[in-house]
Write a protein that binds this ligand. Sequence first.
Ligand code: PAF
Length: 331
Amino acid sequence: MKKRLAMLFILLTVISLLAACGGESDADGEEVYTLQAGHSLPDDHPYQLALLEMAENVEERTDGRVKIEVFPYSELGAERELTEGMTLGTVDIVVSSTAPVTNFVPELAVLDAPFIFNDRESAVKILEGEIGDELFGALEEQGILGMSWGENGYRHITNSTHPIEKPEDLNGVKIRTQENEIHLAAFEELGAQPTPMAWTEALTALQQGVVDAQENPAIVADQYSLFEANQKYMSLTGHVYSVAIFMMSKQTYDELPEDLQEIVLEEGQRMGAVERDMIIEMEKESIGTLKEQGMEIIEDVDVAPFQEAVAPVYDLVEYQDLLNRILDAQK
Ligand code: PAF
């Protein structure tokens, strides 16, 4: 019995430490709330820079009553764990690509269908319109507030063995994908051997040759120095426009007083556009760095055969109505 009580005490202590809102008070006796924000990328990635800007603005506008601590490099967990953390109220704010969030909110899967958006502008218009609002509604049902839409750039394929110029070049290539059924199915259609795993495991898998390839935007290849993880070629396939979401745990939001809720939400809503601009600026620089580091960049990839090869995965999208509305909106 004593042992059980001790365990319960430890559990409650851990939960209270993990809980979003700190019980500290400031000099005027006002409660100070400390929120934890997490993401999976380095501390010079736009996810981090935007979150830091949000933290600064929130602290200033709330006179220090809300502090946001930002944790890069999956320090609070990989994207799937971070998403789960928000549903449990153990992580307060997250920026994540949509792919792993789909495991909690299947409606989002449509955004990860390859070549679904004609271009960045169309994607942003759709995300910031009625469809995006509906997707945020689905997110909220799972206890997560969607604050704004960001991005991580276009996803391209890197690999250790040869230039990939056409789908046949992917035959038998062992590629790490995100934990997302549509991505997995798309690479199967392309004849590759996909293995889904969290990004936290991907680097070791590339270094140890467990997989030969991965796919991510140029900024990730650059900031994680994938050229040092056997990646010699990058083909600019741009097969997925990697949508990211600035999100907040609904539980955390509900615990904040109304005046603070408004400020935090407003700042989170601004960050998507701020972050997207940074990505656009940094993407070109990253391709330059990858070249300087000796990576061969295959720039003029004819994407039509890739598009054709992955077309069957559109049938796997559960929410066909959403898929068709996205396609129709771009005609
Ligand atoms: O490939 C992934 O898992 C994601 O693109 C990453 C690198 C975690 C960024 O969102």
